[in-house]
Design a protein around this ligand. Structure first.
Ligand code: HEC
Ligand code: HEC
Ligand code: HEC
Ligand code: HEC
Length: 433
């Protein structure tokens, strides 16, 4: 009896020990390999443009990046359905008259659509500079390294295309050897330098925002060589950017109705978010909301399926906010308020344009006052566009959005009044109504 029970106890101990050993082995395997432990590690060449090669080592990041190709869900003011902004808001056709954005202007979509969309837009023609590829392809870091950015920017879009095969990918954001987040766009490196900053000294949390500034920024093409430049040397607030362009007397185009020298804003998410927004001041990064940690079995990784956080608010906001329902309601309220305020600005701009056009047709118009009216149109519209072209409908920095739009509406009304003074008659307002 005694012997039997001893052997039962003994085999019981062996089973427990074996189970513990298996547990330890499984744990070690999950900890020591980046993913589920099935993929062999391959060496990735520096600036490798083909994301599928990186995907062998990092299948979860790769498979989630692939999802950005098929995302097509729309949200109230964003999402990934490429609907026409011009059809939705016909005032934009007047505001961008004489410029490509009055012909074709769609809601943006996922990272893997970048190449299709830049090649598909009616804004590109035979004289378009290659600079337009700067934010669209993982071939860029390699090309900038081989050619230098000045030569890249001088090449025409239609000629550069032969060397560009891949949409946005791993090489736009990561160093292949260390997988660290890096600045890959020379224009960002130079813009930070102009402010006395070196990205290599930034913290990991800061890089989770700065890496997006490789592309999600305001920029322009400087000089004959169309050199990609961020207008940041005086600062990144809208007032600093407007002063920068005024100092250079830079313009993107002349407005055919008002005659004003205009600036088109691109997608200044980085400048707008970092202008002391509540989240930025609290140390929150772009990746916290747009690339939240996700679990797949034992693996925990940053989702690379970058899209509107409103599509998965539990993952995007729930890590910090317990009441996800409340904060998403706040997003809806903020966006509606910003949209309403923006409507008032657009109405004021359309009326200013009409008044300036009518004033210019008056025989003895005061040329100086007319020039002032045109400058007020420019200053108003670039402020409005800073908020309109930014893709969060004000959410990234609600107070800043309302401040800038109030200023833009005021400047548009001043432009209209200046047109009246230039013409010497209020008829120019009647003409515009
Ligand atoms: C606190 C969370 C949060 C942070 C931080 C954040 N965003 Fe957003 N972002 C949002 C929300 C919410 C929206 C609105 C989405 C919508 O309207 O569908 C949005 C919208 C966007 C969009 C448009 C998405 C679409 O569906 O059209 C882009 C692009 C974007 N953000 C980029 C950035 C960048 C770049 C940064 C950092 C500079 C950043 N975001 C920081 C929450 C955040
Ligand atoms: C190499 C350039 C580049 C980098 C780096 C980059 N983006 Fe983008 N992003 C784009 C472009 C271009 C688009 C629009 C693609 C299109 O519409 O075809 C886009 C689209 C988006 C969208 C809209 C997606 C949708 O489905 O509507 C979000 C959100 C976004 N980016 C956030 C980020 C965040 C956050 C970062 C930093 C972690 C980042 N991006 C880094 C170029 C970039
Ligand atoms: C638009 C920029 C961007 C692109 C493109 C991108 N990543 Fe990332 N990646 C990030 C950010 C931001 C993080 C978070 C880094 C951190 O927290 O330090 C990250 C994190 C990672 C990590 C660390 C583990 C984790 O999930 O947090 C790995 C590995 C990784 N990415 C692999 C890839 C691979 C492979 C590709 C291409 C298939 C890729 N990334 C494409 C921005 C990007
Ligand atoms: C990494 C943490 C973090 C994430 C992720 C995050 N937030 Fe926040 N949020 C904060 C902090 C911190 C504050 C500031 C709290 C305070 O000052 O009381 C804040 C404040 C807010 C506020 C109040 C702002 C104000 O000025 O009234 C709203 C609304 C909000 N967050 C919405 C969101 C939404 C929506 C998301 C997801 C798209 C989100 N947050 C994701 C940390 C986060």
């Amino acid at each position: 009896m005694k012997r039997i029970s001893q052997s039962v106890v003994l085999s019981g101990i062996i089973v427990v020990l074996a189970a513990a050993l298996i547990g330890v082995l499984l744990y070690v395997r999950n900890q020591s390999t980046p993913e589920r432990g099935i993929a062999p590690l391959v060496e990735i060449a520096a600036q490798e443009p083909d994301s599928s090669k990186w995907g062998v080592n990092f299948p979860n990041q790769y498979s989630t990046l692939l999802k950005t190709e098929t995302n097509n869900t729309r949200t109230v003011y964003g999402g990934s359905e490429p609907y026409s902004k011009l059809e939705q808001d016909p005032r934009l056709v007047t505001l961008f008259a004489g410029y490509g954005f009055s012909k074709d202007y769609n809601e943006e979509r996922g990272h893997l659509q970048s190449l299709n969309d830049v090649r598909g837009t009616a804004r590109v023609n035979d004289t378009t500079p290659g600079t337009c590829y700067s934010c669209k392809s993982s071939d860029n870091p390699r090309l900038w390294n081989e050619m230098g950015m000045a030569a890249y920017d001088k090449t025409l879009f239609k000629d550069l295309g032969a060397q560009i095969e891949n949409p946005i990918g791993c090489a736009n954001c990561h160093d292949a050897e260390t997988m660290a987040l890096i600045v890959t766009n020379p224009a960002l490196e130079e813009a930070l330098q102009a402010q006395g900053k070196d990205w290599r000294t930034l913290t990991r949390q800061e890089m989770r925002t700065v890496v997006c500034a490789n592309c999600h920024v305001e920029y322009y093409f400087a000089g004959e060589g169309k050199y990609l430049t961020f207008p940041w040397s005086g600062g990144t607030r809208i007032e600093d950017i407007s002063e920068y362009y005024a100092y250079l007397q830079f313009k993107d185009w002349d407005h055919p109705q008002s005659g004003a020298p205009m600036i088109k804003m691109q997608h200044p998410e980085y400048e707008f978010f970092t202008a002391d927004s509540t989240h930025f001041k609290a140390g929150v990064a772009c990746a916290d909301c747009h690339m939240p940690y996700t679990r797949d079995g034992a693996a925990k990784f940053s989702t690379h399926d970058v899209h509107s956080p409103l599509l998965r608010p539990e993952a995007s906001c729930g890590t910090c906010h317990t009441d996800v329902g409340y904060v998403t309601t706040r997003v809806a309220d903020i966006q509606r308020q910003v949209r309403d305020t923006m409507d008032a600005t657009e109405d004021a701009l359309v009326e200013a344009i009409a008044a300036i056009e009518a004033a210019a047709a008056v025989l003895d118009v005061d040329a100086n006052l007319l020039a002032e009216a045109r400058n007020l149109h420019r200053e108003s519209q670039l402020r409005w566009d800073f908020i309109a072209a930014e893709n969060s409908m004000g959410f990234h920095n609600p107070e800043e959005a309302l401040r800038i739009l109030a200023n833009a509406t005021d400047l548009a009304r001043q432009a209209q009044l200046k047109a009246v003074q230039a013409a010497g008659t209020t008829d120019v307002i009647q003409a515009s109504n």
